[in-house]
Design a protein around this ligand. Structure first.
Ligand code: C5P
Length: 218
């Protein structure tokens, strides 16, 4: 089905990005990284000296950043006010602040509208925390990925470098807690999703499992 929507949710380091990109590549679908959009929003707030601990201050300027996602799974990009911020959104400062920004309902509403524009008529793999539950509850395939905290922290360190201050198990669990306990669109296992614990599997194995689910959905 050329109009399929594949929702990939789960906590940080569960293998969402690599899995979602691999599935999109294998099936010739577009790919949307919604976490990168929340990160771009957060970067804008930090660059403009907005107090990210003050939800009212964050809410007051949600309309200002121009955020654009590139949906090619071979080259996913994120632009903020026409600048490529693919590297900048991965900084420890952004990672440390993003869960607070993402818990502000006005932020979620603005990005929800944007995400639905990108999803359009479908043909896309979308990764995040609330895709199967809120953004695309009608998605044909929903997967919920998890992994042991130690495996998740190891993946983050491989991405962010040994010196990263946000790759410890403790910091991952701190962000999980904020993401899972917020009132608006918390991280949760969506109804109708298939749970895959990626801990003991290779990336190729997890991609193959999800590709099979998409093919079976036809
Ligand atoms: O996936 P990634 O780690 O880049 O996401 C960064 C943060 O963005 C998450 O910890 C979460 O706070 C927020 N997020 C969200 N909803 C999504 C995607 C990401 O709240 N759909």
């Amino acid at each position: 089905d050329a109009h399929v929507v594949v929702a990939v949710d789960g906590p940080s380091g569960s293998g969402k990005s690599s899995t979602a990109r691999g599935v999109a590549r294998t099936l010739g679908l577009r790919y949307l990284d919604t976490g990168a959009q929340f990160r771009a929003m957060t970067l804008w707030m930090l660059d403009h000296d907005v107090d990210v601990a003050d939800p009212a201050a964050v809410a007051a300027c949600v309309a200002e950043p121009r955020i654009e996602s590139g949906t090619d799974p071979d080259d996913p990009t994120i632009d903020l006010d026409d600048a490529d911020v693919g590297q900048a959104v991965r900084s420890d400062d952004v990672t440390a602040a993003v869960s607070a920004v993402a818990s502000v309902p006005e932020v979620r509403q603005r990005l929800l509208d944007l995400q639905r524009e990108y999803i359009g008529a479908g043909g896309i793999v979308v990764e995040g925390r609330d895709i199967g539950s809120v953004v695309a509850p009608e998605a044909g395939v929903k997967v919920y990925l998890t992994a042991d905290p130690a495996a998740r922290a190891a993946r983050r360190r491989a991405e962010a470098g040994e010196g990263s201050t946000t790759a410890s198990e403790q910091d991952l669990l701190r962000r999980d807690h904020i993401d899972s306990s917020r009132v608006t669109a918390p991280l949760t296992r969506p109804d109708g999703s298939v749970h895959i614990d990626t801990t003991g599997f290779t990336l190729a194995e997890v991609v193959a499992q999800v590709v099979t689910l998409v093919k079976d959905d036809d």
